[in-house]
Design a protein around this ligand. Structure first.
Ligand SMILES: Nc1ncnc2c1ncn2[C@@H]1O[C@H](COP(=O)(O)OP(=O)(O)O)[C@@H](O)[C@H]1O
Ligand SMILES: [Mg+2]
Length: 218
């Protein structure tokens, strides 16, 4: 991943607000990077730009050799589908689908003939082999985040973006989720970009990118 001169400014009623300014860094394939900084420093905005969920005002993002700025909305959606997995603080599972169906979904969306076998396999790997038919509301927070991890990794993404993945979990459960995240990451050789305000968690990543009011701190 290659990020150059990245900036994001939004127009507000009382003027322009600069959320990110001149952010630049590179991440080698398979590396783990933490984006840290105080609340409101621009971490989530940066992650959205890196993942092609949002478009920058200036600068560029290359993912796996592909420049996001040359792509339209559909093109970026295709790159996300092919290369990117997401894990969010709020799990973002579909409430009307079982654990198994939630994990099958990204495979079905890309047209895989057999979604069920790989979805079962990865749910077993994250310790939820006995919970396949459970709906999100029947699962604890930690279990829901395990399902979300399974869903993120089932497509073997080149990049995984995680935004405060332990933010809604107690310390002990959060630790277990992070251990699992790093294990899946190491297994799959995924490039991991992790947003967190937890310094202990950040220290487990090989590199740290620190934001202060939308700018990189060296
Ligand atoms: N679309 C938007 N419009 C206006 N302000 C925004 C928008 N998105 C983010 N912000 C502001 O930009 C700053 C950075 O937000 P965010 O990236 O969510 O920070 P973090 O994830 O580090 O807490 C915050 O002050 C936030 O209120
Ligand atoms: Mg945030």
């Amino acid at each position: 991943m290659d990020v150059r001169g990245l900036g994001k400014t939004v127009a507000l009623p009382d003027g322009a607000l600069t959320i990110l300014e001149d952010v630049a860094f590179t991440v080698e394939r398979g590396d783990a990077v933490a984006i840290v900084g105080a609340s409101g420093s621009g971490k989530s905005t940066l992650l959205s730009l890196l993942a092609g969920l949002d478009t920058p005002t200036s600068g560029s993002v290359h993912l796996d050799g592909q420049s996001l700025s040359t792509l339209d909305e559909d093109g970026r959606a295709r790159v996300r589908g092919e290369k990117v997995g997401f894990v969010f603080q709020s799990f973002q599972l579909l409430p009307t689908l079982t654990a198994l169906e939630n994990v099958m979904l990204p495979l079905e969306l890309r047209g895989d003939a057999d979604a069920q076998a790989p979805a079962r396999r990865i749910l077993e790997k994250v310790g939820l082999g006995a919970r396949l038919g459970h709906y999100p509301r029947q699962l604890s927070g930690g279990e829901q985040q395990r399902v979300a991890l399974a869903r993120a990794f089932v497509t073997h993404p080149a990049l995984l973006f995680a935004d405060e993945p332990t933010g809604n979990l107690d310390t002990h459960t959060g630790q277990a989720i992070i251990d699992l995240l790093f294990a899946l990451n190491a297994d799959a050789g995924t490039t991991l970009v992790l947003v967190t305000h937890d310094e202990h968690l950040a220290a487990r990543c090989r590199h740290q990118i620190r934001l202060d009011s939308g700018r990189l701190v060296e």
